[in-house]
Design a protein around this ligand. Structure first.
Ligand code: GRG
Length: 310
């Protein structure tokens, strides 16, 4: 079953990814005020070989609700741009300080810290420009902008990142004092990931639904699917950091343990984490059942998320 679903994910993704790449390329030809070095820095990270999971989610969610790929494409690109901005900024020395991303040296290693910050800023702002201008009708564009702003703002992506940074310092101090209970640590970990990873996943699914003029019930189902998918993705990401291979992953592995970071395998062990991820995927797919065959690609994506090696 899972092998069939994985094959069907590869097939759907191989049809959609070239369309996503073409649109991302088109959307990053900036007007004449943009310095060549800044454009190069933006395109270096955005057009690097990412998995394109979030834009695939937008497009597959739209299809699951009877919408079209062409209507959903601007929001798919906007979500990928916000994701890419967050990776560029996360890799900076002031944040996670990484030197490898998507199999290449990180943006600041090539263009310098200032240009990396500005590339992230350009991607974040371009995302909203594209949605406001290219999504029709205007009420849907406004709803998409609001959902994107919420998911990438201080109470979600940025807030989760801030808590992660605050937590890393607090964790180091707390480990010399009274240790927190495993339940408390698990709930703190889930809260950070709900905001750092989950919020953008949910926004991707919501935006896909909105561009397809989905009914509220359809959006609710996508969100319930997305909650479970987001957590499964994060558990899989933590497992890859323990068991993965740097060449396949295209980023440094083993760094969570090096930094004493709170992770799912660290709290639950490898086997229980893997079981939990598979259970979440099964539950996620159950949520899609009422959407019928058009939601098949989303089900296959959920399986890919826990089976992937990068
Ligand atoms: C700087 C505001 C700000 C936020 C940073 C994205 C992020 C928040 C941190 C990155 C570190 C991390 C491990 C995040 C959680 C998982 C994640 C987002 C992994 C990368 O996503 P993939 O695997 O990457 O979909 P690709 O490169 O394939 O798009």
């Amino acid at each position: 079953m899972a092998t069939t679903l994985l094959r069907s994910f590869e097939q759907a993704a191989s049809e959609l990814r070239p369309q996503i790449e073409e649109a991302l390329d088109r959307y990053t030809h900036f007007a004449s005020g943009c310095p060549a070095q800044l454009a190069e820095s933006v395109r270096y990270s955005l057009l690097a070989p990412g998995k394109r999971l979030r834009p695939l989610m937008v497009l597959m969610a739209a299809e699951a609700c009877g919408g079209s790929i062409s209507n959903a494409m601007p929001t798919a690109c906007a979500v990928e741009m916000i994701h890419c901005y967050s990776l560029i900024h996360d890799d900076l020395p002031a944040m996670d300080d990484d030197d490898l991303r998507r199999g290449r040296p990180t943006n600041h290693k090539v263009f310098g810290e200032a240009m990396a910050i500005l590339a992230g800023d350009s991607l974040l702002t371009r995302a909203f420009e594209i949605v406001a201008r290219d999504v029709q009708p205007p009420q849907v564009a406004a709803a998409c902008c609001a959902a994107l702003g919420e998911a990438s703002g201080a109470s979600a992506l940025v807030g989760g990142q801030a808590d992660d940074i605050i937590g890393e310092k607090g964790h180091a101090q707390a480990s010399s004092q009274q240790p927190a209970s495993p339940e408390k640590l698990l709930s703190a970990l889930e809260s950070i990931h709900d905001r750092k990873t989950g919020a953008i996943f949910l926004a991707a699914l919501r935006l896909g639904g909105l561009t397809a003029a989905a009914r509220p019930r359809q959006i609710d189902l996508l969100i319930e699917y997305g909650r479970r998918l987001g957590l499964a993705f994060q558990i899989a990401d933590d497992l890859l950091d323990v068991q993965g291979n740097e060449e396949a992953a295209g980023k440094r592995v083993g760094k969570d343990a090096d930094r004493g970071k709170l992770t799912f395998p660290g709290l639950l062990g490898i086997d229980e984490s893997a079981r939990r991820a598979r259970r979440l995927v099964a539950e996620a797919c159950e949520m899609l059942a009422p959407l019928g065959p058009p939601a098949g690609p989303l089900a296959s994506l959920a399986h890919y998320v826990v089976e992937r090696d990068r």
